[in-house]
Design a protein around this ligand. Structure first.
Ligand SMILES: *Cc1c(COP(=O)(O)O)cnc(C)c1O
Length: 392
């Protein structure tokens, strides 16, 4: 059952791990691809006499294989999967109790902010949100109540880069753990546990799944105590993913490195196009030399990712709406990280649950457009944006 410990994937390169780590031919039939164990329960030959599988909320082999694969990609001790990214976050927050405080970075995914503010505040878990571009402010900000720092880098949608290593150093010096939402970077571009983080969380809905056809989340742990507790919560709270969804994520991961490479190529080409266009204002991409986090991103990431955000040169919201309505390849839709290109308007879509004042304070302007650049031909993608800009 525990192929994770028996197969020597630690010596494998990332591109081999995506396909092989934790994965093994099915013992019964030799099936090369992991079967979808679509069952809720398992027969016992006598009471308590079973093969390690009792009930599928607790154990499912398709899920186990995925968890082992994910743990190896993030260089973690183990992984625990959930029915969505926010369910994964929910399980992590359940590690804490009333009176504890969580410090979040100030431009978190809107749903992460909402969960802390509109769900867990009601259970007495406090949260505050700070601009952690200068990590040194944590010396002052961390109090006796602080138990966790929750960060995203690159952040959504402004692509702010945070110094993961330094944040972990300061947090650890005060006995505080750090969780990195690594959804945007993916383990191919950035491995937060190696930079010092204690927990990594993913919305596997995005790049890991990669085909915009499944909602899924996971947590990868560095410490046995967290892994044990999260595995307990997975069963005790029960927000488990279905076996079919686990299979789809496993399949998506097999091409993660190829997809992300192409998305980075296309995002770089798109950025170059946007920069020279007279109707475009500010462009946000960590690969740009003048991006304030550029050097940091070069150090802690392998490349700069597939997400590009921009503002129009004009302040007109009508113009923003026209551009959003006139692309043919880029679909106007929430989400990111799929093979297909998507565009969103964060202030009215993904970040609508953050009060406008807070959004503006974090630098998120009403007119910002975010692109999730897919793996289509880059000339078609650029042409599509050029056409949309020509209507304003
Ligand atoms: C989408 C997303 C989430 C939430 O994940 P779901 O799978 O939609 O629940 C969390 N963090 C980031 C950065 C995301 O993009």
């Amino acid at each position: 059952m525990d192929s994770y410990s028996t197969k020597n994937f630690q010596s494998m390169k990332f591109e081999t791990k995506t396909i092989h780590a934790g994965v093994h031919p099915d013992e019964l039939t030799g099936a090369v691809m992991t079967p979808i164990y679509q069952t809720s329960t398992y027969a016992q030959s006598g009471p308590g006499d079973h093969k390690g599988f009792e009930y599928a909320r607790g154990h499912n082999l398709t899920r186990d294989v995925l968890q082992n694969n994910l743990a190896s990609l993030e260089n973690g001790l183990g992984a625990v999967c959930f029915g969505s990214g926010l369910a994964a976050m929910d399980a992590i927050i359940k590690l804490f109790k009333s009176g504890d405080e969580i410090i979040g970075s100030n431009d978190l995914y809107g749903g992460s902010y909402r969960q802390l503010r509109a769900v867990y505040a009601g259970f007495g878990i406090e949260s505050k949100f700070l601009n952690l571009v200068n990590p040194e402010i944590l010396h002052e900000a961390i109090s006796d109540k602080t138990k966790l720092i929750w960060i995203e880098s690159p952040s959504n949608p402004l692509l702010q880069i945070l110094d993961i290593k330094r944040i972990c150093e300061i947090a650890h010096s005060k006995g505080v753990k750090v969780c990195v939402d690594n959804t945007f970077a993916t383990p191919y571009l950035q491995q937060p546990l190696d930079l010092g983080a204690d927990i990594v969380m993913h919305s596997a809905t995005k790049y890991l799944g990669g085909h915009s056809d499944v909602i899924h989340g996971c947590v990868v742990c560095k410490h046995q105590e967290d892994l044990d507790r999260l595995s307990f919560i997975q069963n005790a709270s029960g927000a488990v993913p279905g076996p079919m969804d686990c299979f789809l994520i496993l399949r998506g991961i097999k091409t993660l490195h190829v997809r992300v490479e192409r998305a980075c190529d296309n995002a770089e080409a798109m950025t170059a196009f946007l920069l020279q266009h007279e109707k475009i204002g500010r462009v946000y991409y960590p690969g740009l030399q003048n991006h304030p986090g550029h050097e940091l991103a070069k150090n802690q990431m392998n490349r700069f990712g597939g997400i590009v955000s921009f503002e129009l040169a004009s302040d007109s919201m009508d113009d923003v709406h026209e551009v959003l309505k006139h692309t043919k390849i880029f679909a106007l839709a929430e989400s990111l990280g799929g093979v297909e290109s998507l565009m969103t308007h964060p202030s009215s879509m993904t970040h609508g649950s953050i009060p406008r004042e807070e959004r503006l304070k974090a630098g998120l302007k009403d007119g910002l457009i975010r692109l999730s650049v897919g793996i289509e031909h880059q000339e078609d993608l650029i042409q599509d944006i050029e056409n949309a800009l020509s209507v304003i």
